[in-house]
Design a protein around this ligand. Structure first.
Ligand code: IVH
Length: 672
């Protein structure tokens, strides 16, 4: 990027982030999610690191938080209240540690202190000879607001420090205690329920509510709101009186403050990483919100000697857990033709990591959706990968446009075969390629039929399927069983052995389990679970092909739309021909016999990745034992299996619905 383009971009980012911050911190309103704003800040930070000459003092990267409201007295902090630089991966934690080792120039082992990063508002309490004199908000880090009368209403704050022999020195002179004022999730929900009853506007989240409360000018109102203060820092003029953070926490606890019991001293990177993993899941059970951890040097003399870079100390970082929302750019929009002919617009994105995996494409669903959201090629957009596995574009950030963005135009013809796109019904949102022989449809149908969850035919990867279609050897899934080794050997991609292997792999699948075969047909709305339900109920393909809508609707979990899709599929001539072809070729699915169903009707959802098996494999094994595999947590879900790199949405839902959480090991035990 050249300097001029960078400057334009920086100025647009600054305006948008500033607006976000003003709404969030001053008005306690939210114009976009915190995660999305974080990702814009990250982009700004990186651009500014690339062009440091473009940094201006008013850049959001150059200040800590919020502005000062009129009505409170200003107070200059004796020691600046710093913020922390964010890191998002274990690799970045390691880089930080490497930098520390380089800078610290010592042979002594270095220990770290880790704690939960609470999502509330920072507050400094100044005690004079043990008595609470002043409470100050962070403000811009240098100057805060004096909110003593409000803060005094928080019962978890001692008005006088507790006296214990070991720490009695802190009761003499000035002692500053810093911590986070938080509202607990439970209290926040109760407050909002009450407000709903009283027809008052609801609060957005616990953090904003806590911040808004502390800035109330009426302390009596503040005292009615349940707030907590949890301490994380102890400051004395004579810094050596607090040698380590571990010492600070012990002292704070004795002096009468709540400190996080979860905090821990670590001696190496592995311990830090274990801690990150542990709290990735358990943080959701904490009474307050948190989006990450604080990792700092335990030794405060070393911490101080490393100094500050910008607004953040070198000796500490914030580790942020995987966001489920982030921002990126739409590079292009193309049309993907599915096996049923549906023409789905797909956004090609600049690759970004969301919830632990790299995303470069997101579905835009249909033309109407693009119009409604006004998504253009070149737009910076918010993308989300929540409960769903397929990432989606939430909205474009229109204010970041520079005029070069191009609106998307739905093509009139199928980009694969040139056939005019059509709609099944006038009111349909989806355009379809009506050509049954469209190579893209054929390809997707065959690939779906051969896929792991369907017939699981080895050797039929993307390129091989395309080669077979292009050589006119197959035009539907049944044609696979007509293939001869002598035909495929002629193709560039195959040699004698690979050709024979493929034929063998195909012929081995002439009596597939009925559920897999039904799934492999690619009937609309029929996923693996529904295919299994159908196979269990109807026992044979013939019976299923004669099923009526009423019969189908009797099966638990099958609604009208699915029932209609099944009946429609079997009534289509082309599909009947396909089934006769299978019969002629003696491809006969076998009805499933289940003797061993210890997980009968138990419903499972998986979040994150598993170490010992893929998600598909886990789903398969669960179903095999009579269990049900679901994609998202619902009221009837029995277990949420928690893997690695989990995002928070499924966990949040599970905690709301009190779904049991189990680990991968526990799942494996159930499966064996
Ligand atoms: S230690 C140099 N520990 O996070 C600042 N901060 O981004 C060291 N916070 O201003 C702060 N929980 O308001 C620390 N356990 C914790 C924290 C914590 C929340 C906040 C705090 C700070 C901000 C830094």
């Amino acid at each position: 990027m050249n300097k001029q383009t960078a400057q334009d971009r920086i100025s647009k980012l600054k305006d948008l982030i500033n607006d976000y911050r003003y709404h969030y911190h001053v008005l306690n309103q939210s114009i976009m999610s915190e995660e999305a704003a974080d990702s814009l800040k990250h982009e700004l930070f990186q651009l500014e690191s690339q062009f440091p000459e473009l940094i201006t003092p008013d850049s959001p990267t150059q200040r800590v938080a919020g502005g000062i409201l009129p009505g409170f007295t200003k107070y200059r902090h004796k020691t600046r209240m710093l913020s922390l630089s964010d890191v998002f991966s274990e690799a970045e934690v390691k880089n930080w540690q490497d930098r520390i080792l380089k800078l610290s120039n010592t042979n002594k082992p270095i220990s770290y202190f880790v704690d939960i990063k609470m999502d509330g508002l920072a507050c400094a309490l100044i005690y004079q000879d043990g008595l609470l004199k002043t409470a100050v908000t962070r403000g811009d880090g240098q100057v805060g607001e004096e909110v003593t009368s409000n803060v005094k209403t928080i019962e978890s704050i001692p008005l006088r420090l507790r006296s214990t022999p070991k720490y009695k020195q802190f009761l003499i002179g000035t002692t500053e205690v810093r911590g986070e004022i938080v509202m607990y999730k439970k209290d926040f929900e109760e407050l909002n329920q009450q407000r709903q009853k009283d027809h008052k506007p609801l609060f957005a989240n616990p953090r904003n509510t806590a911040a808004g409360t502390i800035r109330q000018l009426d302390p009596r109102l503040v005292s009615t709101r349940k707030l907590y203060f949890r301490a994380y820092d102890l400051i004395r003029d004579e810094a050596s009186q607090v040698p380590t953070n571990q010492y600070a926490y012990e002292a704070l606890s004795s002096l009468g403050f709540i400190v996080n019991q979860a905090s821990l001293t670590c001696d190496n990177l592995n311990q830090i990483i274990d801690y990150i993993k542990l709290w990735e899941v358990d943080r959701l059970k904490l009474p307050f919100n948190t989006d990450g951890l604080v990792i700092k040097l335990n030794d405060r003399a070393l911490f101080n000697s490393l100094g500050v870079a910008g607004k953040a100390p070198r000796g500490a970082i914030a580790y942020k857990y995987a966001a489920e929302e982030t921002t990126t750019k739409v590079k292009d929009i193309f049309i993907s033709i599915g096996r049923t002919g549906a023409a789905t617009p797909v956004a090609m994105l600049e690759p970004v990591v969301i919830a632990g995996s790299t995303v470069q494409m997101a579905t835009l669903h249909n033309e109407g959706e693009i119009k409604r959201k006004d998504i253009r090629i070149g737009d910076t957009v918010i993308v989300r990968k929540a409960g769903d596995i397929i990432p989606e574009v939430v909205e474009p950030l229109k204010r970041l446009r520079n005029g070069s963005e191009k609106p998307f135009k739905m093509p009139l013809n199928c980009p694969e075969c040139g056939t005019r796109l059509a709609k099944l019904k006038l009111e349909d949102a989806v355009w379809r390629c009506p050509n049954q022989q469209c190579p893209s449809r054929t390809y997707k149908r065959i690939q779906h039929f051969a896929s792991k969850s369907a017939l699981d035919i080895e050797g039929l990867g993307e390129k091989n399927v395309i080669a077979l279609i292009e050589a006119d050897l197959v035009s539907d899934p049944a044609d696979l069983f007509l293939l001869k080794a002598s035909d495929i050997i002629k193709l560039d991609r195959f040699a004698e052995i690979s050709a024979r292997k493929l034929i063998q792999a195909i012929n081995q699948k002439k009596t597939p389990p009925l559920n897999r075969f039904i799934y492999g047909l690619g009937i609309r709305h029929i996923g693996e679970q529904t295919a299994l339900d159908l196979a269990r109920y109807f026992k044979s393909l013939d019976q299923l092909s004669r099923a009526t809508i009423d019969q189908l609707a009797q099966i638990e979990g099958i609604g009208e739309i699915v029932a209609e899709a099944v009946v429609e599929w079997f009534s289509e001539k082309a599909n009947q021909q396909l089934l006769s072809k299978f019969k002629r070729l003696i491809v006969e699915p076998e009805s499933i016999t289940e003797v061993n169903t210890p997980l009968k009707d138990k419903k499972f959802v998986i979040t994150g990745t598993l170490e010992s098996m893929s998600r598909d494999e886990a789903a398969d094994r669960i179903r095999h034992l009579g269990g049900v595999f679901q994609n998202s947590v619902a009221k009837d879900t029995d277990y949420l299996v928690v893997g690695q790199n989990v995002g928070s949405s499924k966990l949040k839902k599970a905690s709301q619905l009190k779904t049991s959480l189990i680990s991968e090991e526990e799942l494996i035990k159930m499966l064996t």
